[in-house]
Design a binder for this molecule. Structure first.
Ligand SMILES: O=C([C@H](O)CO)[C@H](O)[C@H](O)COP(=O)(O)O
Length: 216
C-alpha cells in the first residue's frame, strides 16, 4: 500500500519546501489540479527535478484530448497522470495507449460517477492502471466520504490497482486501510497539520502495521 501526498493549495516553492519535510514518508507526490491551473506543467517539471526518486502524479483530471495531454504531462516528468472516469471511452483508451508508449501510468478519478461498479468494470477492462474513488472538496463540505465506494470497486476490479482520495485524516485513515486499497491519497490531512512530517510518518506507520494485522 502506498501513500500519496496531494499538494493543492501551494505555489511551486511552497510545494518543494513541503515535500522536503515529508519525503521519507511518502511514495508519490501529487501536483494537484489547482496547482496545475495556477502554475502549469512547470510545477510537475520542478517537482521531478527536485525529487527524481519520488514518483510524481499530475492531477490533470483529463476530460478530452487525452493522448495529447498525457504526452505533455509525460514530457514534463509525470509518472502518473489522471483522467476523469466520466470521459468518453475513446479518451480513456487514448490515455492508456499514450501512457504505455511513454512508460507512464494512468489513474482514473471516479469523482461524480453514479454507477461505480459498472464503470469500474469497464475501466478495468480498458487497461487503466489505477481506479480511484474520490470525494472532492465540494462534497467533503457536506460531510461525504468514499469509504463505502472503495468497498464497491474492490468488489469488481480485477486487474487495476485501487485508490482512495478525499478528506482522509489521521482519525479516518484506519477506515481506508481496512478496505486495503493499493494507494491512499492525502492532502489536507498532512498539509493542514502543524507537524507535517509527524503526520506523514504516523500515516505511513499505520498503513504498515494495520495492513500486517489484516494479512496475518
Ligand atoms: O483531487 C483533489 C481535489 O479535487 C482538489 O484538486 C485533492 O487532491 C484530493 O481530494 C486530496 O486532497 P484532500 O481532500 O485534501 O485530502
Amino acid at each position: 500500500m502506498e501513500l500519496q501526498l496531494a499538494l493543492d493549495l501551494v505555489n511551486i516553492p511552497e510545494a518543494i519546501q513541503l515535500v522536503k519535510e515529508v519525503e521519507d514518508h511518502i511514495d508519490i507526490v501529487e501536483i494537484g489540479t489547482p496547482v496545475v491551473i495556477n502554475e502549469g506543467l512547470h510545477a510537475v517539471k520542478a517537482m521531478k527535478e527536485a525529487f527524481p526518486n519520488l514518483k510524481v502524479l499530475a492531477d490533470l483530471k483529463i476530460m478530452d484530448a487525452a493522448g495529447y495531454e498525457v504526452m505533455k504531462a509525460s514530457e514534463a516528468g509525470a509518472d502518473i497522470i489522471t483522467i476523469l472516469a466520466t470521459a468518453e471511452d475513446e479518451s480513456i483508451k487514448g490515455a492508456v495507449e499514450e501512457a504505455k508508449k511513454q512508460g507512464k501510468k494512468i489513474l482514473v478519478d471516479m469523482i461524480a460517477v453514479k454507477d461505480l461498479a459498472a464503470r469500474a468494470k469497464e475501466l478495468d477492462a480498458m487497461g487503466v492502471d489505477y481506479i480511484c474513488v474520490h470525494t472532492g472538496y465540494d462534497l467533503q463540505a457536506i460531510g461525504k466520504n468514499s469509504f463505502e465506494d472503495l468497498q464497491t470497486i474492490k468488489g469488481v476490479v480485477k486487474s487495476a490497482k485501487t485508490a482512495i482520495a478525499g478528506g482522509i485524516k489521521l482519525e479516518t485513515l484506519s477506515e481506508a486501510i481496512k478496505a486495503q486499497p493499493d494507494l491512499i491519497i492525502v492532502g489536507g490531512g498532512i498539509t493542514g497539520q502543524a507537524d507535517k512530517r509527524g503526520a506523514a510518518a504516523k500515516m505511513q506507520q499505520m498503513m504498515k502495521e494495520e495492513t500486517a494485522a489484516i494479512v496475518h
